[in-house]
Design a protein around this ligand. Sequence first.
Ligand SMILES: [Zn+2]
Length: 128
Amino acid sequence: MWWSKMADQANDSPIKFITPPGVALKDKTVDVEHINSVLQAFLVVAGLVHMHLFNSLLTVTSGKDAKHAQSSKHYIGNAIDLRIVDLPPDYQPVFILYLRVLCDRFHLALFDESNVPGAGHVHIEIAG
Ligand SMILES: [Zn+2]
């Protein structure tokens, strides 16, 4: 895979990762600059598809930041949360299904937390 040749951690890269087209951050506390480069490559594709399908930005609600469960992969930059509840209810399953296909391609694991009270997102992490 082309992305497996990329640096393991964004930290190792001399190139600053810019939030890609089609992607928005929930607020300034959301850090996607220091997430795993596989998740960064994933975001580039996911943002474009979100824009094409829905004509709106894909919002990242958490990257390497925020408060999570103690063993969370967010702390080491191996997880992101993507907002789902801003889509019309009929479209949410479509985007989640699409994300599952994309996660297979990137060897990522997806956890649908869109029905968890106060969450409204899907959690995507490096598998394993
Ligand atoms: Zn998460």
